[in-house]
Design a protein around this ligand. Sequence first.
Ligand code: XUL
Ligand code: CO
Length: 442
Amino acid sequence: MTDFFTDVTEPIRYLGPDSDEPLSFRWYDRDRVVAGKRMEDHLRFAVAYWHSFAWDGFDIFGAGTLDRPWLDQALDPMAAAAMKQDAAFEFFEKLGVPFFCFHDADMAPPADSFAETSANLSTMVERAAGLMERTGVGLLWGTANLFSHPRYAAGAATNPDPEIFARAAAQVCDMLEATNRLGGANYVLWGGREGYETLLNTDLRREGEQLARFMHLVVEHAHRIGFDGTILIEPKPFEPTKHQYDYDTAAVHAFLQRYDLVEEIKVNIEVNHATLAGHDFHHEVAYANAAGIFGSIDANAGDDRLGWDVDRFPVSVEQMTLGMYEILRGGGLTTGGLNFDAKLRRQSMARSDLFHAHIGGMDTMARALLAASALLESSELEAIRSQRYAGWDEGLGLDILTGSADLPGLQKRALELDDPQPVSGRQEELENLVARYVERVR
Ligand code: XUL
Ligand code: CO
């Protein structure tokens, strides 16, 4: 093992809720069995290569601040990529996560020609395969960066220039094959700049059709190469564009239905993106489950006062419990996982800050899992919910749903009925119920 993280000499251990050791887990106990499954298998944590290893802390107001020797511009790009990969795997192993996620451009340096970029990627992917084999760390998902290079300023699949579409397709072809080579459990498409800045120069009909064509090409190729993971779209309402086409789960679902893709693609829901879309994380998971397209999670958090994608590490057990509850209610994560698409604050310059951030995020999610699973196992919430809709399971409700009652028939039945009385929705009582489970988790 390399020694980029000398402050952490041992793998991070679970020491229990009373531990005062900052470099320990207080809630994430990977072998603990929760509702019949090990915690590690429930949560399927992944570290995001881009924020943690490919970002030096630069923002639009200033240069990089983070201590990341592998990002030194003076290094040969392939040597730097190898160093970055070693640092990343040292981190994955010491933290004890089962998965990571990456964009092509995070792992291999883009070169002047596409052929060279492509060759760099395959060299680095083969190298990663060796490290994965040695450490047992798997790939949760791969994705292509179709938003950083200036050629994608007007989008990739939705670009007005078909040559740019072709270049994006080439990049996804490489990255889909790389993901398959590394046994990736999913392939993610985040529509980085698939949207518009102004409607004055945008043909919405064409751009929708281009995007759908792109998705079909990806699905076809995934089948061709025998990729058995899940293809996921990651909704986001805006940023970087003024309006992103994959606005939220509902918009993605409508798009998938409209273009005959609903059997092929699911969603990767990001907590901070849900907030930006004006939704709760809870809502996005519930919507995806109701539509049958739930796939995976980018676990992070926004900031209540900031209206952009700040990608903090998750800290709110309450917020995450509601999302976890919905995930468990839908049957849990299958090919999906919890990817920390989250970054350090710019002043968290030390390499060890990466450990503190991930430990906090993992403990928050583990605690949320415990609360959510106890709540689900008790059936308290589900019993109230099913009682609320009980009328639809028999008699009048069933007649309406099965179509055996027409409008005049319902009029006749309504005349025979006493005036129906509204009942309490019990919202505050239910909120207290959830609070009880969050408080009592052990
Ligand atoms: C951007 C974002 C991306 C995707 C992968 O907001 O979330 O990092 O997760 O491209
Ligand atoms: Co994301």
